[in-house]
Design a protein around this ligand. Structure first.
Ligand code: NAD
Ligand code: UDP
Length: 350
């Protein structure tokens, strides 16, 4: 629905910034709340420039008592009430969640709970939640449909599943509440302008930002975690989707949530599996560069192959991925090449 005010938690992060662009293009009006633990005000400024728009940006933590409530109450008092919340704020590194599970239960679960309390107290009853394909765990069948059993294999995935369960229970208890849970597969790439993109603070855990950092010369080679899987070339297979397609999915999920109370979980993926080597080869071909590789043992806990059944997103939300792996590689490289250190800028020379 155009012209609605939407609170976007975590809107200064990777997926958040791209989603702001898609929302503005659809006439939705975002209000961002972010604690900058992994996001950047510069990302939001760049979206403002890109879209010639002004985006209210509040620095704050969803867990801090009173913060979300104050944001929602203030918007209502100003005559521009928030109609829905897009909840992207959270921590997302699987390995870190194994090493420091309480950080994940605190930020992802307790943070979501605090947000839901604040929404109830201020009468905001529509939410779109960033979940993950990690909730499925080891595939019993592929593609993953939303009906696949949920058995996440790590604390990160369990926090996402717990929030899904909270939302399901809340929707059952409160007739007017509506929640769309989006189970993302593997978003990669960047806005085609090259102005916004993924800007990891540490060594990237994920494949695509590692590839772009090798390509730009920040790292000498890519580790390929396992070449002995039962896949066509022995490397792991994932469903990579363009981050702008994912962003568009949020716009359509918001529209759906506004019109439909109740709980629903929807996959956002392309339905296509791509191996590590296929992604590297596409990147080299599209961007005319070489990515040196080093084969390493399998990464503990990795799933061999997975991809989405995106049929429900098509039938329920009218959403389909439109961009292929080549566009993901070209757009991701444009961002990395223009911003070798992401949003970080070198300190001015003395
Ligand atoms: P990101 O780290 O770039 O963005 C998350 C944003 O939330 C950051 O800007 C961070 O500063 C903010 N944040 C974190 N905790 C907060 C808090 N307590 N209060 C306020 N702000 C807070 O990550 P992303 O890749 O954009 O992911 C967004 C969401 O999507 C996350 O919930 C993540 O778990 C989920 N997700 C991401 C992927 C992926 O591959 N990137 C896949 C599946 C699901
Ligand atoms: N991968 C890799 N090298 C890396 C990072 C990832 O070979 O530096 C592989 C990983 O083993 C998996 C695929 O790339 O098969 C996607 O990994 P990513 O962490 O991006 O996504 P996830 O495993 O969380 O779906």
């Amino acid at each position: 629905m155009a012209d609605m005010r939407v609170l976007v938690t975590g809107g200064a992060g990777y997926i958040g910034a791209h989603t702001l662009v898609a929302m503005l293009a659809a006439g939705q009006r975002p209000l961002v709340l972010d604690n900058f633990s992994n996001g950047s005000a510069e990302a939001v400024r760049r979206v403002e420039r890109l879209c010639s728009a002004s985006i209210p940006l509040i620095e704050g933590d969803i867990r801090q008592p009173g913060v979300v409530q104050a944001v929602l109450a203030q918007a209502a008092a100003g005559g521009d009430p928030v109609r829905a919340v897009l909840h992207l704020a959270g921590c997302k590194a699987v390995g870190e969640s194994v090493a420091d599970p309480l950080k994940y239960y605190d930020n992802n679960v307790a943070g979501s709970l605090a947000l839901l309390h604040a929404m109830r107290e201020t009468g905001v009853a529509r939410l779109v939640f960033s979940s993950s394909a990690t909730v499925y765990g080891e595939p019993q069948s592929l593609p993953f449909t939303e009906a696949h059993p949920l058995a996440p294999a790590n604390p990160y995935g369990r926090t996402k599943l717990m929030v899904e369960q909270m939302l399901r229970d809340l929707c059952a208890a409160q007739a007017g509440f509506g929640a769309v849970t989006l189970r993302y597969f593997n978003p990669i790439g960047a806005h085609p302008s090259g102005q916004i993109g993924e800007s990891p603070r540490d060594v990237p855990n994920n494949l695509f930002p590692f590839i772009t950092q090798v390509a730009v010369g920040r790292r000498p080679f890519l580790n390929v975690f396992g070449d002995d899987y039962a896949t066509a070339d022995g490397t792991g297979v994932r469903d990579y989707l363009h981050v702008m397609d994912l962003a568009q999915g949020h716009v359509q999920a918001l529209d759906y949530a506004l019109a439909h109370p109740g709980f629903v979980a929807v996959n956002l993926g392309t339905g296509q599996g791509t191996s590590v080597l296929e992604l590297v080869q596409a990147f080299e071909r599209v961007n005319q560069c070489r990515i040196p590789l080093r084969t390493q043992p399998r990464r503990p806990g990795d799933i061999e192959r997975m991809w989405a059944d995106p049929a429900l997103a098509a039938s329920l939300l009218g959403w389909r991925s439109r961009r292929g792996v080549d566009a993901m590689c070209a757009d991701g490289w444009r961002w990395q090449q223009g911003n070798p250190r992401g949003y970080e800028t070198d300190p001015p020379a003395a």
